[in-house]
Design a protein around this ligand. Structure first.
Ligand code: FES
Length: 87
């Protein structure tokens, strides 16, 4: 069993099964498996998942659309988050 996403505990087998069940994009894998939604935000697992998706679907890696990262709309200092303030 090869772990691909350590943050969300997703294995290569999970990804292959999701592709067999109809997932054809990284976004679909993300929605089904939570792939790339852990603390590292897919820094290590998304490139590996793209390779698996390429291999299993026959697409070139360059044809696979990588997910876009979305930073917070307004930067929030960590101290504010840690204080538990609601404002
Ligand atoms: S390894 Fe997948 S989100 Fe961190």
């Amino acid at each position: 069993m090869k772990i691909i996403c350590r943050c969300e505990d997703v294995t290569e087998e999970d990804i292959i099964n999701a592709i067999k069940d109809g997932c054809t994009t990284l976004d679909e894998l993300k929605h089904v498996l939570r792939l790339g939604m852990g603390p590292c935000q897919g820094r290590t697992c998304i490139p590996m998942a793209a390779c698996i998706l390429s291999r299993e679907t026959g697409k070139k890696v360059s044809e696979i659309e990588l997910q876009t990262s979305r930073p917070p709309v307004v930067p929030v200092p960590l101290g504010t988050l840690a204080s538990g303030e609601n404002d």
